[in-house]
Write a protein that binds this ligand. Structure first.
Ligand SMILES: Cc1cc2nc3c(=O)[nH]c(=O)nc-3n(C[C@H](O)[C@H](O)[C@H](O)COP(=O)(O)OP(=O)(O)OC[C@H]3O[C@@H](n4cnc5c(N)ncnc54)[C@H](O)[C@@H]3O)c2cc1C
Length: 382
């Protein structure tokens, strides 16, 4: 992988941070949704939470390639921390405000997010609405100088903890994309009830919540972008999110590969290290190839974003390939470890559970392929 000196420094800094600040606590805090919030503050203090955002808003001003290298390094150690602190706080919430907010909104909200003084959430999905977000049922009605929101959101990462929630709402039911609007809602608004969703398969240190809006009043100056721009805001933010998630998946594959090499060289069966058995070598060879392929696709997606041209094709390719390759790698890493791979004491079983989550959020693998198909064939199949 060809990196500039500056990109290499960012990557090494993030890897050192992950090893020192995250790794020692991953096991004892694996179910603690506060863990990523504590880490977020340390990430901010270390200058790793500003992403690609302009420095005038407290952003990091780095390029997208450097950003995905941070995501890979953090994701390799804790996909939960990655989810809460990077893809949600920066890619989704940060992008929605920075790309579509007014100057006032950017000045008010972005520095607080990048300093980790406030936590953000991004609420698009609903109980009845996932892959087809234009069908959203949560409504927003204008009443004088404020909007009134009614309905519910589901699956919202950071949802129980967030100070500010980017909420997508329908202003004219039935109008789909044309009626979608985006609001920045205070987490402690009157009429907003938040319930953590228990028992996820993985990503257990990342809070996920259901949100219930009962006549929640939102001041007009909390509308982000124009009414009707909601779908574009969601897709633009998701494109950043998907690029970062592909990078987290690369981190998972790398972590599986590293764990497998170490274990295969130590564990002996039939009088020799299992590393000397051909089928073990096949698993490691496939994992290493997947890792490099996923990394190259992800870096290419980040470069396409840096160049400012259309990046959708690269982004969805990277997201579906890397997240599915991470599931494959983690599944094989458990096999390679034998029985102990099935224990929480080794990292690989948790990585499998986390990797599956990445293949679902910000659009499932099927949705990424449908977007890619549309890009290639010029016709939408959904
Ligand atoms: C851990 C986690 C965190 C999440 N965090 C957030 C968050 O912070 N904010 C947020 O808004 N959402 C979040 N989500 C929700 C996530 O984005 C959705 O789960 C995802 O988009 C899929 O929607 P759905 O679950 O409703 O599945 P559905 O849309 O009901 O899909 C069910 C199945 O049908 C397939 N499918 C759907 N349409 C088609 C089609 N046209 N052709 C072929 N197959 C199709 C899907 O690929 C899937 O296999 C999170 C989810 C998880 C698991």
């Amino acid at each position: 992988m060809q990196l500039t000196e500056a990109q290499r420094i960012v990557y090494d800094t993030a890897k050192r941070f992950a090893a020192k600040e995250i790794k020692p606590h991953v096991r004892e805090r694996r179910d603690d949704p506060q863990f990523p919030i504590d880490i977020m503050r340390k990430l901010a203090d270390s200058g790793l939470l500003g992403g690609t955002f302009p420095e005038e808003y407290g952003g990091g001003g780095i390029d997208n390639v450097s950003y995905v290298l941070i995501c890979e390094a953090i994701g390799a150690v804790s996909p939960s921390v990655f989810t809460a602190a990077l893809t949600v706080q920066l890619s989704l919430v940060g992008t929605a405000i920075e790309r579509f907010g007014t100057d006032d909104q950017k000045q008010t909200f972005l520095p607080e997010l990048f300093a980790a003084k406030r936590v953000g959430a991004f609420a698009l999905s609903e109980p009845n609405v996932g892959s087809d977000p234009a069908a959203g049922e949560l409504t927003a009605r204008k009443n004088g100088d404020h909007w009134t929101l009614n309905g519910s959101k589901f699956w919202i990462s950071n949802g129980s903890l967030a100070d500010w929630i980017v909420v997508f709402a329908q202003t004219e039911p039935g109008k789909r994309h044309k009626g979608m609007a985006t609001f920045l809602v205070d987490g402690d608004s009157a009429g907003l009830e938040r319930q953590p969703i228990p028992d996820k398969l993985g990503l257990n240190a990342s809070d996920t919540a259901a949100l219930f809006f009962d006549n929640v009043e939102v001041p007009s100056d909390r509308l982000i972008g124009d009414v009707g721009a909601g779908f574009e805001i969601a897709q633009t933010s998701l494109e950043s999110g998907r690029t970062s998630t592909a990078a987290c998946a690369v981190g998972i594959i790398q972590a599986c590969l590293d764990a497998c090499i170490t274990y295969a060289q130590q564990r002996e069966q039939w009088g020799k290290p299992i590393a000397a058995h051909q089928l073990i070598q096949e698993m490691v060879a496939e994992m290493a190839t997947d890792c490099e392929a996923a990394r190259l696709l992800t870096i290419e997606a980040a470069r396409a974003r840096d160049e400012g041209g259309p990046a959708t094709k690269n982004v969805v390719m990277a997201k579906h390939f890397a997240t599915e390759a991470a599931v494959r790698a983690a599944r094989n890493a458990i096999s390679l470890h034998g029985g102990v791979g099935y224990l929480g004491e080794y990292p690989v079983e948790g990585l499998l559970r986390d990797a599956i989550g990445l293949s679902l959020y910000e659009g499932t693998t099927q949705i990424q392929k449908l977007i890619l198909g549309r890009e290639l064939l010029g016709v939408s199949a959904f």
